[in-house]
Write a protein that binds this ligand. Structure first.
Ligand SMILES: [Fe+2]
Ligand SMILES: [Fe+2]
Length: 93
């Protein structure tokens, strides 16, 4: 398995979390009880798995490779898109 395949596989778990959170938030808006413990576990998953584990690999390996082996358009994508998205998530800490 290539590194990029592993990152894509990890995305599947992260997307599953976001879908779960969307469903759960919609249920709360419609009157369901809030399961605080479940939300705390989701936040922990986002911080440890999605950010530290997955984003760490993207930043330390993938983005560095892209910056060293790509054109100026790709560099703008990494610096002004992908890294900014990671920072947006960290603003919630
Ligand atoms: Fe990712
Ligand atoms: Fe990312």
């Amino acid at each position: 398995m290539y590194g990029i395949d592993l990152l894509m596989k990890e995305h599947e778990s992260i997307v599953a979390l976001t879908k779960h959170l969307r469903r759960t938030c919609c249920a709360v808006i419609e009157g369901a009880d809030i399961d605080v413990q479940e939300f705390l576990e989701c936040i922990d998953f986002a911080r440890t798995y999605a950010d530290k584990h997955h984003h760490g690999k993207e930043e330390q390996i993938l983005f560095r490779f892209m910056l060293n082996n790509s054109d100026p358009v790709a560099e703008k994508l990494v610096r002004n898109g992908m890294l900014v998205e990671h920072d947006f998530g960290r603003f919630h800490y």
